[in-house]
Write a protein that binds this ligand. Structure first.
Ligand code: HEC
Length: 181
């Protein structure tokens, strides 16, 4: 009997230790830094930023939502970039991507399934002169471990981002417009 009590106690202690440790090592995503020096924390609170627009990648079957900080949203509302003016310094655009699945209760509807990544573009003309004032960062989500990791081997990854975004140079390198709502 006494031995039983001791083993239950030991099992409980081991459980508490492992569980407590897992709480301690839970990732703080905002400590992560992209290889070009941009911290995830530079978009702290993005979870509740305003929606610019949703989007869908047909070749990746991925749902996205594009969000903007206050500076970005106000610029859109003033008609930027359609009016030919660039987004001001301080503008930030965030894109969140999810894999898709059919709604289990209504299969004609598609809904977000697993988080894939969070990425963003921020305007700071002095800090990012080589990419027309835009700084790029991407953090890839791993659903197995529930953690993010920075994308890119070195700072040159941002050149790739910028190269594709140069397709929309005339819109100050931003693809997504602010649709009527
Ligand atoms: C091959 C082309 C391509 C590359 C490379 C690319 N993007 Fe984009 N990006 C797009 C397109 C197209 C959109 C429009 C919306 C969408 O795809 O969901 C977009 C949209 C965005 C947006 C929302 C603002 C906007 O322009 O509409 C952010 C933020 C973004 N990309 C970040 C990045 C980052 C960070 C990288 C590099 C790590 C990157 N992109 C690389 C094509 C690209």
């Amino acid at each position: 009997m006494k031995r039983n009590v001791v083993s239950v106690f030991v099992i409980l202690m081991v459980f508490l230790f492992v569980w407590g440790n897992s709480l301690l090592v839970a990732q703080d995503k905002y400590e992560l830094k992209a290889p070009n020096g941009i911290f995830f924390s530079e978009i702290r609170g993005y979870e509740t930023w305003q929606v610019v627009a949703p989007s869908y990648r047909t070749d990746k079957n991925e749902l996205r939502v594009i969000l903007g900080n206050t500076v970005m949203i106000n610029a859109y509302k003033k008609g930027i970039p359609g009016n030919g003016k660039p987004f001001p310094d301080g503008s930030i655009s965030v894109k969140i991507g999810w894999s898709e699945r059919k709604s289990p209760v209504f299969p004609a509807a598609i809904e977000p399934d697993v988080l894939q990544r969070v990425e963003f573009i921020m305007k700071d003309s002095k800090r990012f002169p080589d990419t027309n004032g835009w700084g790029y960062a991407r953090f890839v989500y791993d659903a197995k471990t529930g953690t993010f990791s920075p994308f890119g081997k070195d700072a040159s990854f941002a050149q790739e981002c910028h190269q594709c975004h140069t397709l929309v140079k005339a819109k100050d390198f931003i693809f997504t417009g602010y649709p009527q709502r």
